[in-house]
Design a binder for this molecule. Sequence first.
Ligand code: NOJ
Length: 586
Amino acid sequence: MLRLLIRFLLLLFVLSACTAPVAQAPTNPAATATTSATPAAATVAPAPSPTSDPRLPTAPPRITPGPTAAPAPIAAGWWDGSVCYEIFVRSFYDSDGDGIGDLNGVIEKLDYVNDGDTNSRRDLGADCIWLMPIAESTSYHGYDVTDYYTVEADYGTNEDFKRLVAEAEQRGIKIIIDLVLNHTSVEHPWFQQALGDPKSPYRDWYLWSEIRPNYRGPFNNEVWHQSPLGDEFYYGLFWSGMPDLNYRNPAVTEFAEEVSRFWVEEMGAAGFRLDAIKHLIEYQAAQSDTAETHNWLREYRQFLERDLPGTFTVGEIFDGGPRTLPNYYPDQLDFYFEFEIARNTRGAADLGLGRGYLDAVTAAMETLPFQRFSPFLTNHDQNRVMSELDDDIDKAKLAALALLTLPGMPFVYYGEEIGMLGVKPDERIRTPMQWTSEGGGGFTSGEPWQALQEDYVVKHVAQQDEDPNSLLNTYRELIHLHRATAALATGDFVALESDNSSVAAFIRRTGDEAVLVLINFEDAPAATPLLSSAGSGLSAGAYTLRPLYGEATAEILTVGDAGAITDYTPLAEIPARTGYIFGLTR
Ligand code: NOJ
């Protein structure tokens, strides 16, 4: 009887050991960058007990989160009030006619981004460029790196990059680069050595198992891949071509620090966009946002502060919003992309959902440190915003206004400013920049590596440059305004209540400077909009409104005690799909 009882207890123990923490990760279309697998909702199976089969990897110790550092505001720096422009080098400008964009091409087009003259309005006015991966890689997109220390030969040389940094600096532009730390290419010599020789020093740089563990990845994809050489498996979260690095091995962290040092100290990069960083360290089936990843980021930040102070970091926490992002502050990276704001800004511009946009921004303001997130519309992993907005220039202008009046550091994806189209597959959302109507769109004198979008003959920089009402000139106006107006660049954000859910109104204020942003996202006029706030942050008094963007004569705004605004109607009517920025003077 006693034996039976002991057996029963043993069985219970084994069963409970088989239940491991499960990560519930959001769907990530980024996975389609490298696989054809359709992303599906996460259905992660429980991890097998590490002790249940000796052929499975040994269970790593689960790390408990360390104490967070005292919440320190990020030091003031060039990023305050900055606007960043994301460039896919392969598609931006080809300087040598081989059909592939290159770093010299980016140099040739720097004046388009910022000509260094603060009075000029012929440039976009952005003061930061994010280059998608530029290190040697086997793929067209560069997210599977084969040599972290050498510029991709298609793009030029390390010397070209240094020249780009110097030329950019003369125009007041900082260059940040994509840093892919989570994985390497399967072709990377480290992985090839580890694969071919279990005694290789690089063996422990990757993750191995004798049999395939019975769980899948956050996109319901296969993450344990059969070795082409033998009866074993390696781990690669995105696909078999991208084996994950093993950050439980201190040598790999040393590499991450060394490569960061190289790009900052030797090459002159101002900082990094850290790719897929939420997947850095896995704990069996838990493959996103683990305590180990947070701890690693804390240490990485301490390394940067100690050894490379002033290095800027922005992290890709795919789909990150108020639910997951707060855990990444205050002591990890500087900024993160805010995907919830992006989704809701597009939704507002497309469907008139002004309240959804304001709610998303308010949620970010309530849960994330002020000014330490990056709003955007779309990036290289999403269908282009102009395709989502039915190629409608009025919608695109609203989206630009809604983006470039927000707190944080906004990012603009190359081509968005001229309304370039693009729907997946990924190559089609990363097509060559449309500079002119010439063959090759002025992008190349040769055969473009990827066909341009069909509308390049009628939609291009040269044509929009001349048209004061073009989308390009709207972006130029808004970016310059963002940078020149302290309230927009770094001011507080207070949403006003509106009686019309399509009308978004908010105040941005710093010191004595304040602006009112007013946007009617609806495809119909908004009659007598009523705006209110229990505490707008403004001092009591009467304010006149001076249009900074858009033409209109607005009513005086009376602010009561404690900043109260009651049933204020700025305009008798806001025309359909129209927005304004007003400067407020008391
Ligand atoms: C996220 C990137 O944005 C995406 O384009 C890439 O394919 C994956 N990370 C893997 O590096």
